[in-house]
Design a protein around this ligand. Structure first.
Ligand SMILES: *Cc1c(COP(=O)(O)O)cnc(C)c1O
Length: 354
């Protein structure tokens, strides 16, 4: 630490992203990326001509893309704001929409506590039930902004739109932010509620279900005034955060509904197959509505994580009281899944002889 860092950031511990190994042929099931390439229409859209236009700034209002997203969800363009990944939009929310603090669950996106610290937002941690389900009752008549990941990570469990509506209704003077990074894999989106209530903001990303994690693109859907507030913050910070290629790639991706449906369906099928196979190997597996599984292996999870790594299979392990017995395993291709399961079988043999 230099002597120049502001005192208020001395205690800040930054978010630790999942590893991105270089070079090696690894079965990478640790960061919930999509195993498929982007839609062919995305690849076609990024022409030499568009690359040539990179000398020009992008449209800071992202009009075309916002219109495509709005049409897809049956909203108006002024109900959509795009950003450089959900991470950027979430940062703006912590900065500007949490004047009395923020409430979120004890097991959720690991970035939230980091944002809270970074932006000096008071946090209230609401424990999930013993079985990892989220009790919406715990979020009724809040004294702060609610931040709900639905379906949740790392558990994969979801609440219904009706449950989200009940807490939106019971908190008319509080904002409810729903992070729907994984909703396309079987969750129920709360985007339709945006038309009825001005105190809900839904955030979705192109990183997981639309194969564009490397492009950095996400959007928020909400009441036009909320969106205008977000735009004000964005234009006071980084108006050009969505680059030209992201604008055209995002538009092509959202318009290719066929590819989107085909790839999400395949991931859901692979997920259900992986779940059965893991259960056959003696694991406890939570029912997932996402592109990952939360898995309790019959041996120490930390050891299994390390042993899988020795077999060139990378999954995510979160040490700690509630998560330390579990692994989060992304759903890749069926071939990835097969390799992971074969490695587990070998590890089981070794562990039961140890
Ligand atoms: C992956 C993820 C995000 C971040 O997505 P980006 O759009 O890539 O920044 C946001 N929230 C949750 C819960 C996630 O898992």
């Amino acid at each position: 630490m230099s002597r120049f860092l502001d005192q208020k950031l001395h205690e800040l511990e930054s978010y630790i992203p999942g590893e991105q190994p270089k070079g090696r042929r690894i079965v990478k099931l640790n960061t919930n990326e999509n195993p498929f390439p982007p839609s062919p229409s995305v690849i076609d859209a990024i022409t030499a001509e568009e690359v040539g236009k990179l000398r020009l700034y992008p449209d800071p209002a992202a009009d075309d893309l916002s219109q495509s997203i709005a049409s897809f969800y049956g909203l108006e363009k002024d109900q959509i704001l795009t950003g450089n990944g959900s991470d950027e939009i979430l940062a703006l929310c912590f900065h500007g929409f949490c004047p009395d603090g923020v409430a979120y669950s004890d097991l959720t996106y690991g970035f939230y506590p980091v944002y809270a610290k970074m932006f000096g937002v008071k946090e209230r941690v609401v424990p999930l039930r013993e079985d990892f389900t989220l009790a919406v009752e715990d979020y009724m008549e809040l004294g702060e902004t609610a931040m709900i990941v639905n379906p949740n990570a790392p558990t994969g469990l979801a609440v219904t739109k009706k449950e989200i509506e009940s807490l939106v209704k019971s908190n008319r003077d509080r904002l409810v932010i729903v992070d729907e990074a994984y909703v396309d894999f079987g969750g129920e989106s709360s985007i339709p509620l945006v038309k009825e209530y001005d105190n809900i903001l839904v955030i979705q990303t192109f990183s997981k279900s639309r194969q564009l994690a490397g492009m950095r693109l996400a959007f928020a859907a909400g009441d036009a005034q909320l969106i205008a507030d977000l735009a004000k913050m964005k234009f006071s910070f980084n108006p050009y955060s969505v680059n030209r290629l992201a604008l055209i790639a995002g538009k092509a991706a959202i318009e290719d509904t066929e590819y989107f449906e085909k790839t999400t369906r395949e991931i859901v099928e692979t997920r259900e197959w992986m779940k059965k196979e893991l259960e056959r190997l003696g694991c406890i597996v939570l029912p997932s509505k996402t592109n990952f599984l939360f898995v309790r292996p019959p041996f120490a999870a930390g050891t299994v994580y390390k042993r899988l790594k020795d077999h060139d299979v990378l999954v995510r392990y979160f040490p700690g009281e509630r998560t330390g017995k579990w692994l989060r395993i992304s759903v890749g291709t069926r071939e990835d899944g097969r390799k992971m399961l074969d490695a587990l079988e070998m590890i089981w043999k070794e562990e039961s002889h140890a």
